[in-house]
Ligand binder design. Structure first.
Ligand code: UTP
Length: 309
């Protein structure tokens, strides 16, 4: 299967304002690397060589990140510090990048449709850079395997608590094949809690046939006033293409909100050989402080308080 990656990265990142006024959300660090670098590394480790990144005119820094910086490389070499750029240089050597601008932020579906001129008959491996996976087998590689085996479109899903369904696209299951593999009957973007057909939420990885470009054409704005990729996939289904959903084997980190990004950083720091011990110490001190604070608050509560209703 011929395949190219698309990483939509042209959004405003409003949940991180004012930081993201001038700094692309996709370049916010998870420990020592920008979020989007984890994504490209996952793509490269899944065997993908071509990456189409959708940006806007204020996100030139993303292009710079995936370009060689010879003066810096030479300066580091002179100080025996080349190791600092080793990972990103490896990615730059293995992958080819094409940057396409989305001039109006009309939604994820619209961002994907911007990549059409870069594709002929290749499948699309779509990565949403907010979702970072930690898996033994790279998340995209798991989806590609299913797409090849079943000769179909595949979207990544994860079970979410009922109260969270309205934050996601949710699938309606036609058939379950294994504990992790489903055929999709329909999908609905951000349904109300009691209208959700399941609690299987679409998370940020997809392998789609090039038919998706036609399915996105002339699509009207949907949920949230945006042109939604979920609506495009629904059109793909209605045009007769098979869509499967696969529960990714591994852990997903949602780095697209402030709290999610903080949690991702803490979890990654705990696994990082250089920072793990220090962070463990910090967390156990914080835990102790928290217990003391809670104890004090408890002690300050008036005793034998009578309750009146
Ligand atoms: P999000 O909605 O999570 O990102 O879109 P956002 O719009 O940048 O962030 P908030 O919601 O305002 O905080 C998912 C992905 O799709 C891209 C975003 O850059 C993000 O990586 N996107 C979204 C586009 O490329 N274009 C769009 O019009 C919308």
């Amino acid at each position: 299967m011929k395949i190219k990656a698309i990483i939509p990265a042209a959004g405003f990142g409003t949940r991180f304002l004012p930081t993201t006024k001038a700094v692309p959300k996709e370049l916010l660090p998870i420990i020592d690397k920008p979020a989007i670098q984890y994504i490209v590394e996952e793509g490269v480790n899944s065997g993908i060589k071509d990456f189409v990144i959708i940006t806007n005119k204020y996100k030139k820094a993303i292009e710079d990140h995936f370009d060689k910086f010879l003066e810096l490389s030479n300066a580091l070499k002179n100080n025996n510090k080349e190791i600092l750029l080793q990972d990103i240089d490896k990615v730059i050597e293995k992958a080819k990048f094409l940057f396409i601008k989305q001039h109006e932020q009309l939604g994820l579906g619209h961002a994907i449709s911007m990549a059409r001129p870069a594709f002929s008959d290749e499948h699309l491996a779509i990565f949403l850079p907010d979702d970072i996976f930690s898996c033994q087998t790279p998340a995209m590689s798991q989806l590609i395997k299913v797409a090849i085996q079943e000769k179909c479109n595949v979207i990544a899903v994860q079970e979410v608590p009922k109260e969270d369904v309205s934050r996601y696209g949710i699938i309606d299951v036609r058939r379950q094949f294994t504990p992790n593999l489903f055929q999709v009957k329909d999908l609905v973007e951000k349904p109300a809690r009691n209208a959700a057909p399941s609690n299987l939420a679409i998370v940020g990885r997809y392998v789609l046939s090039p038919g998706i470009f036609e399915s996105l054409e002339d699509l009207q704005a949907g949920s949230g006033g945006e042109i939604q990729l979920t609506d495009g996939i629904q059109n793909l289904l209605f045009s007769g293409e098979k869509v499967f959903a696969y529960k990714i084997q591994g852990e997903r980190f949602d780095a697209g909100t402030i709290v999610g990004w903080l949690k991702t950083n803490i979890e990654f720091a705990l696994k990082h050989p250089k920072y793990s011990q220090e962070i463990q110490r910090l967390l156990s001190n914080l835990d102790r402080d928290l217990l003391i604070m809670q104890g004090k608050a408890e002690a300050l509560k008036p005793k034998n308080q009578k309750l009146f209703f």
